[in-house]
Write a protein that binds this ligand. Structure first.
Ligand SMILES: Cc1cc2nc3c(=O)[nH]c(=O)nc-3n(C[C@H](O)[C@H](O)[C@H](O)COP(=O)(O)OP(=O)(O)OC[C@H]3O[C@@H](n4cnc5c(N)ncnc54)[C@H](O)[C@@H]3O)c2cc1C
Length: 388
């Protein structure tokens, strides 16, 4: 992967912004269990950070995916997982399908203000009864006059308590579960949308996560993204960016924790020498750094293929799987070398340990990645529902 001075400039400007406008507030936002999304995204939108690879007509920079990837990599400098995840939802999880498949009218209404940072976006795929098995979502959107009437509920929606609109996956007809769904832009202020509760989580504290109900919610049919019935397919495409984002944005966070652990283990003396000077400790840290570099190479390779217009499902799924597992290894190993201090909420390693646990669950659990990969290898059976 060859980066240009323009990539470096994006890396420098987001790093500067993180140091001045994000990291000084992280502890306060973690404590509050929420961050001010409109305020932060407003600033980021003005600086052009929220639409690097989005179309110029709607306020984006029209750059290729490598610029968005370089930006995502720098988000790992943020000293928590919640804020970068919320930014990722805005740029790489709730908006890619809209940017790619939405009509000009719907993109002007929802994409443009999400790029400018005026609107906060969220993604409504998972439900109480349907997370890994996306095809089994139960929320419906039935046509009535020129509207869709939406009923159902979404669970674990990141940014959900602050969002202006949700990219909603709903069943728009009966029939085969992979061909009866659509993605619809639903303004969160619409009558019948209820934020049932803000969920209390083990980590990612600065990110708000909602359970949402939809009770006869009416939105115009023009809010449909692309074609009706293609929502499942669009969401699978959208997941590729989400999964790659998840992997690449984790790299510098993992390295940050290794570096903090090196500093701690260097100054902490036990049995007459620094903890770091035990071979088992520095060998382990060197091994983990090697794994991070291998993950980085995998992400960059996926990006190169994406730029060539190839399907990156395989590499994005591998990167997501590896990032989740490695996140657990890095934070668990590092926390151990901090001893009792590692168990204290005040140390960066304990926050990283809690936050990184999500990566093996959210956006498709490790096992879902393995399902995708084993299907691509031809060693797992097809979903029997696909025969319909
Ligand atoms: C903090 C947080 C933020 C989230 N944000 C969003 C969001 O913004 N939008 C959204 O739509 N969703 C969001 N999610 C939901 C997330 O994507 C789901 O939790 C995830 O997809 C797993 O679904 P589930 O929780 O229903 O687990 P289930 O589907 O019930 O699966 C439980 C476990 O079963 C195992 N499993 C799954 N499939 C297999 C298999 N084939 N073989 C063996 N084992 C298997 C896995 O270990 C999995 O963790 C978020 C979740 C969390 C916790």
């Amino acid at each position: 992967m060859k980066f240009t001075p323009e990539h470096d400039e994006i890396r420098r400007s987001i790093s500067k912004f993180i140091a001045s406008d994000i990291n000084p507030h992280v502890d306060e936002w973690e404590k509050a269990g929420i961050f001010p999304a409109h305020e932060l995204f407003g600033k980021m939108g003005k600086l052009g950070f929220l639409g690097l690879n989005k179309p110029v007509e709607f306020g984006g920079a029209g750059l290729d995916y490598s610029y968005a990837m370089a930006f995502a990599e720098e988000l790992g400098q943020i000293t928590c997982g919640g804020v970068p995840m919320a930014i990722g939802v805005q740029t790489d999880m709730a908006t890619p399908a809209l940017a790619r498949f939405g009509s000009d009218e719907v993109r002007a209404e929802f994409l443009a203000p999400s790029i400018s940072g005026e609107y906060v976006a969220c993604l409504g795929v998972s439900e109480v009864g349907a997370g890994s098995d996306v095809a089994s979502v139960k929320t419906t959107a039935r046509k009535d006059g020129g509207d869709y009437v939406i009923n159902g509920g979404k669970m674990w929606t990141t940014n959900g308590t602050q969002a202006d609109w949700i990219c909603l996956l709903a069943n728009t007809s009966e029939g085969p579960v992979h061909r009866n769904k659509s993605l619809i832009c639903v303004p969160m202020k619409t009558k019948g949308v209820e934020i049932a509760r803000k969920l209390d989580k083990m980590g990612m504290h600065s990110s708000d996560t909602a359970q949402i109900y939809f009770d006869n919610v009416r939105v115009p049919q023009r809010n449909l993204i692309g074609e009706e019935g293609k929502g499942f397919t669009y969401q699978m495409v959208q997941f590729q960016e989400e999964r790659l984002w998840g992997a690449v944005s984790s790299l510098k966070g993992k390295e940050r924790i290794i570096n903090a652990t090196i500093d701690y283990a260097r100054q902490r003396q036990i049995f007459g020498k620094p903890v770091l000077h035990n071979q088992v400790v520095h060998f382990r840290l060197a091994e983990l750094q090697t794994e991070i570099e291998a993950l980085r190479a995998l992400c960059y390779q996926a990006c190169e293929l994406m730029l060539e217009g190839q399907d990156v499902t395989k590499l994005a799924s591998m990167a997501k799987l590896k990032a989740g597992r490695l996140g657990r290894e890095v934070t668990d190993s590092c926390l151990q070398y901090w001893g009792g201090m590692g168990f204290m909420n005040e140390t960066p390693v304990s926050r990283a340990y809690r936050d990184s646990r999500l990566a093996s669950i959210g956006g498709g659990a490790d096992e879902v990645m393995l399902m995708i990969l084993s299907k691509m290898m031809g060693i797992a059976p097809e979903d029997p529902r696909k025969k319909n």
